[in-house]
Design a protein around this ligand. Structure first.
Ligand SMILES: [Fe+2]
Ligand SMILES: [Fe+2]
Length: 204
């Protein structure tokens, strides 16, 4: 891992609550569940980016930057799918995404278009940041060296995505507003993480 990425990952630890260390051990014994859930996280990342593009087509930089992310996230989905197949495991049904659903409740309902756009960017940044942190845990804590490397690559990608969503937010909205709202999202996520039970069948 290069030095620059190390810094990115360090920033992500702007997350206010680290993952419970027991999570990796639980995830390790439910790999089929984790891979299935992970596959759908990638699918949702790709489809959300497509929706962001179609709903914000006037935002040229965003369209330009998110278009390749769609391809990248879909590539991630295919990689996880291939991993399941290789292991003779099945892609199960999509699960209810409790983490994301609870985060969605924090989006401003009464704001203007800029507020909504900002929250969409920060929500994406937060999901990428937490995913990155979880992949980092897997890349450090799994017994299987192949799987540690598998997750290290995902960690690196999601670190880049996290910074991209923050950068895009700051391109369209003034920095002070972005930073202030970002802190509120981080505080909210901390409370949410604290209240959730630790379960090894989900990425989040
Ligand atoms: Fe991804
Ligand atoms: Fe991503």
């Amino acid at each position: 891992m290069n030095k620059e990425l190390n810094l990115d990952v360090k920033n992500i630890l702007g997350l206010k609550l680290p993952t419970d260390p027991r999570w990796v051990n639980l995830a390790e014994i439910q790999l089929e569940e984790i891979l299935t859930d992970h596959a759908y996280c990638e699918q949702k990342a790709a489809t959300t980016c497509i929706t962001l593009i179609t709903k914000n087509s006037e935002k040229e930089l965003m369209v330009e930057e998110l278009s390749p992310i769609v391809t990248e996230e879909w590539g991630h989905f295919r990689q996880v799918l291939a991993e399941l197949k290789k292991r003779g495991l099945k892609l199960g049904r999509q699960r209810k995404d409790i983490y994301v659903n609870k985060l969605l409740q924090f989006q401003k309902k009464d704001g203007g278009p800029d507020d909504r756009f900002l929250d969409q960017m920060l929500l994406m940044a937060l999901i990428e940041a937490r995913s990155c942190e979880r992949f980092k845990r897997l890349s450090e804590g799994l017994d299987d060296e192949y799987m540690r490397n598998f997750y290290r690559k995902f960690m690196e990608s999601e670190a880049g995505h996290y910074t991209l969503f923050i950068t895009l937010a700051e391109h369209y909205i003034d920095k002070t507003t972005v930073r202030k709202r970002w802190q509120q999202w981080l505080d909210h996520e901390k409370i949410l993480m604290k209240s959730e039970e630790v379960r090894g069948d989900r990425i989040h």
